[in-house]
Write a protein that binds this ligand. Structure first.
Ligand code: SF4
Ligand code: SF4
Length: 187
């Protein structure tokens, strides 16, 4: 009978297309944490997150904000002496969290990511006015007014479309995307 994969195996399986080395080769040196520009905002450092995944601490991993705060700068990936693609690990845990709906309600990242992907899939383009509500409610009134002012100025100067636009040959694009990522609820 087939045995159920462990959490670390599930995350490793999501990294099948990555060029990085296996997570188990992590030597816990901390170079990733020392290179990370947003580590101060993370519940767990990248080094600890890798260690927690390897230890199959599934609930603790999924409950922290680390992978949602990752800015995808790839500093950790290019500096890791074990050649682990830590940035890809962050993406893998994000995907796992969204598919299993295990993310925390107080985080902006999951809704933002889902809205972004659905917008891209539907039109082939990002459209900021659709994305903005996913994070604006976490801001103060002053910041919301600043964002609204900037958006208006950008629209007036033609730097942002008033209505969403679509790329040409959208069906071809959708077919290509379908081969890369599971579409979830996006149509
Ligand atoms: S830099 Fe690489 S080897 Fe060092 S702790 Fe981070 S993941 Fe592990
Ligand atoms: S890719 Fe993410 S985890 Fe790695 S250094 Fe950049 S922000 Fe930190």
């Amino acid at each position: 009978m087939a045995t159920k994969p462990t959490f670390s195996q599930e995350i490793s399986n999501l990294l099948y297309a990555s060029h990085g080395k296996p997570l188990k080769t992590c030597i816990q040196c901390g170079t990733c944490s020392g290179s990370c520009p947003v580590v101060d905002f993370m519940d767990q450092t990248p080094r600890r997150l890798i260690g927690m995944i390897n230890a199959d601490l599934k609930e603790d991993v999924l409950d922290c904000n680390t992978y949602w705060f990752c800015a995808s700068c790839y500093q950790c990936t290019v500096r890791c002496p074990a050649q682990i693609d830590i940035a890809d690990v962050m993406y893998a845990v994000k995907r796992y969290s969204i598919w299993h709906k295990t993310y925390r309600d107080d985080l902006v990242g999951p809704t933002f990511s889902e809205t972004f992907v659905k917008t891209i899939v539907r039109s082939g383009r990002s459209y900021e006015p659709l994305l903005a509500p996913t994070y604006m409610f976490s801001m103060g009134i002053k910041e919301v007014l600043q964002e609204a002012h900037m958006a208006t100025q950008m629209m007036l100067k033609g730097r942002m479309p008033v209505l969403p636009t679509k790329i040409k040959r959208l069906d071809n694009f959708k077919n290509m995307i379908r081969r890369i990522i599971p579409m979830g609820g996006a149509k």
